[in-house]
Ligand binder design. Structure first.
Ligand SMILES: Cc1cc2nc3c(=O)[nH]c(=O)nc-3n(C[C@H](O)[C@H](O)[C@H](O)COP(=O)(O)OP(=O)(O)OC[C@H]3O[C@@H](n4cnc5c(N)ncnc54)[C@H](O)[C@@H]3O)c2cc1C
Length: 577
């Protein structure tokens, strides 16, 4: 079997052009040259990532990766390319969530800018990126959480445009805003004092260095700067306004669509580095005269963690193809995106828990990256929309996905050097329930020769039956506690589809596909049992739930082959001291 995990010792992704490969390599070299001791000490001392930001400036990393070619000033390497952005984000996750986060909030901050019609603001953003600047995304407020309809950042119109061309004065606070300590352009979501409802929404840019921008604090303890700031009569000029009215609300949601995809690759990177440390420790730790990995439960944990981690990568890699091929007539990314967010990042947490159970005390040591990952991996499923919010979103796509397929041209692997311009022209964020999908059944049917795929397909087909014969009633449709379980069952079918597609595209070893569908079957069974136990489940639903439980097809020799592959990662990578 091939080495499927990111390994800095040999990293040189052949699918990218030379300039991209050089920059990605430079990022790895920067972290490796600084070394593990400094990486971990900065985390423990909660040092803001300023040296990283200096490096990003020097190497023009964000300028190259986060500027659409239209604003690239003729630089042939500048483009917004989800494929290479995912590779970059995986590397950041591999070395630290705080580095990943500085990029993540820059991406989010750029969302309303690249989507707007304000050319001056876009030129300013391109200039600032070129000069090494980072951005921020000012949506959240302390009182309102996920309820972004409510904002207390208020714009008061200035009667006569004053001498400096000020059109509004902005006052209010924002909370949990990454990079709000340094960003030259903070995209701020607000509402007009004089216009009620959705027509009053406005995105504008503020400068964190302005005297009316007051940085209050970092609301977390750590390397990430998650700011609370206040604007007092902040002067907003015409050229600071990005978008207004319902378009501004769509821009918020569309930005999150682009940004939250990045969470899966961050999670993957964190898990990969943790995995190397875990296997290298456990396979060399002798207890009672034998390696810890001789315990059957320890082996099972490693094989399970590895299969889950590879599945995370397969799904996310395939989702990139759909993202990059999206357009007004193909909005399937709107489903695959919240699945990357809720499912892949939750799987990251599961992987780390499995490894942590094996590492036990070692996983707490301050000289391990694992310790940092264990502390932070849970951030990804919970931030930028919780699993609840995303699974609720996923459910909107279920009827069409399950019952009403459409024809689409086949989409292959998208590693080409294209600029993903559609992200900045997504249009109104509406109509999720109208999006159609290619029939998912043939994807499974093609792999029915793999016993665990065949068994999982029985469960997926059973879900269809549940929805057709014992679907949630009117009351259950209002009960998100009940519906979320249905959403988890549905997510597994979608997860399996893209995993199979990617496995096919890269000709993944069949043993691994079997091992992946082994846990898919058990996860489906667990959610079915959860549905059975829900207070409002009907007798028909309970009966369905029990009949949908399956045992994976076991094969001791296949398990041993996957274990041998896992064991080969022992010592394969150790960060430079
Ligand atoms: C480290 C960190 C960095 C962040 N960075 C930024 C940033 O740079 N910019 C920014 O704007 N924000 C940022 N945030 C804010 C973050 O995105 C918030 O989590 C978000 O505003 C939601 O608010 P909340 O977490 O307080 O949850 P709440 O909205 O208070 O939710 C409470 C509970 O209700 C559930 N819930 C709420 N709405 C729904 C729904 N519609 N459907 C189902 N369940 C629902 C949630 O799942 C949750 O369990 C950051 C937060 C942190 C901690």
């Amino acid at each position: 079997m091939a080495n499927l995990l990111l390994n800095p010792n040999v990293y040189d992704p052949p699918q990218f052009d030379l300039a991209t490969r050089r920059q990605l390599r430079a990022v790895i070299d920067w972290f490796e040259d600084r070394g593990k001791a400094k990486l971990l000490k900065d985390d423990l001392d909660a040092v803001w990532v300023s040296d990283f930001v200096d490096f990003i400036k020097r190497e023009r990393i964000f300028a190259t990766f986060l500027t659409p070619s239209e604003y690239g000033g003729g630089d042939a390497n500048k483009r917004w390319d989800t494929s290479r952005n995912a590779a970059l984000s995986e590397i950041f996750g591999f070395y630290g969530l705080a580095y990943w986060y500085a990029e993540q909030v820059t991406i989010l901050g750029l969302g309303p800018i690249w989507q707007s019609d304000n050319i001056k603001a876009k030129e300013r953003a391109a200039e600032q990126l070129e000069a090494g600047g980072v951005m921020a995304f000012g949506l959240s407020e302390r009182e309102h959480g996920a309820d972004i309809y409510n904002t207390d950042m208020v714009l008061t119109p200035v009667d006569e445009h004053d001498d400096e061309g000020v059109v509004f004065r902005a006052s209010g606070e924002k909370y949990y805003i990454g990079n709000g300590n340094v960003a030259g352009m903070v995209s701020v979501f607000s509402r007009r004092a004089d216009v009620a409802g959705a027509d009053g929404y406005v995105w504008f840019v503020a400068d964190s260095g302005h005297q009316n921008y007051h940085l209050i604090d970092n609301v977390v303890h750590g390397q990430m700067y998650v700011s609370n700031f206040r604007l007092d009569d902040y002067p907003v000029h015409e050229e600071d306004i990005l978008c207004t009215g319902p378009d501004a609300f769509s821009a918020a949601l569309n930005t999150v669509n682009v940004g939250k995809f990045n969470l899966c690759s961050g999670s993957i990177g964190m898990c990969e580095h943790a995995f190397y440390e875990a296997i290298t420790h456990a396979n060399n730790r002798i207890l009672y005269g034998n390696p810890v990995t001789d315990f059957p439960h320890v082996r099972a944990s490693f094989v399970e963690a590895y299969a889950r981690l590879i599945a995370m990568k397969l799904f996310s890699d395939r989702a990139i193809d759909y993202f990059r091929s999206a357009g007004r007539d193909d909005r399937r990314y709107l489903l695959f995106n919240p699945v990357t967010k809720s499912k892949v990042t939750s799987e990251g947490e599961t992987v780390v828990t499995l490894l942590r159970d094996v590492l036990a005390a070692k996983g707490f040591e301050k000289n391990t990256y694992f310790c940092e990952v264990a502390k932070l991996i849970g951030a990804l499923p919970r931030l930028e929309g919780t699993v609840h919010v995303n699974v609720a979103q996923i459910l909107k796509f279920m009827p069409n996905y399950m019952f009403n397929p459409a024809d689409y041209p086949e989409i292959g692997t998208r590693n080409d050097q294209a600029d993903d311009v559609f992200f900045w022209a997504q249009g109104p964020a509406r109509g999720a329930s109208k999006v159609q999908f290619a029939d998912w059944n043939p994807v499974y049917e093609k792999s029915l020769g793999i016993p665990n795929v065949a068994r999982f397909y029985e469960q997926a087909t059973a879900l269809k039956e549940l929805l057709a014969t014992a679907a949630p009633d009117e009351e259950q449709m209002r009960d998100l506690d009940f519906l979320l379980v249905v959403g988890h069952l549905f997510s597994l079918v979608v997860y399996g589809q893209l995993i199979l597609e990617q496995a096919d595209l890269i000709d993944l070893d069949r043993d691994l596909v079997e091992q992946i569908f082994d846990f898919q079957i058990r996860d489906f069974s667990a959610h079915a049992v959860a549905l059975h136990g829900k207070p409002s489940s009907t007798p028909a639903q309970q009966e369905w739930a029990l009949s949908a439980v399956r045992k994976p097809v076991t094969d001791a020799q296949r398990f041993d082959r996957v274990w041998e592959h896992v064991k080969a990662y022992d010592g394969a990578y150790e960060m430079r001291p």
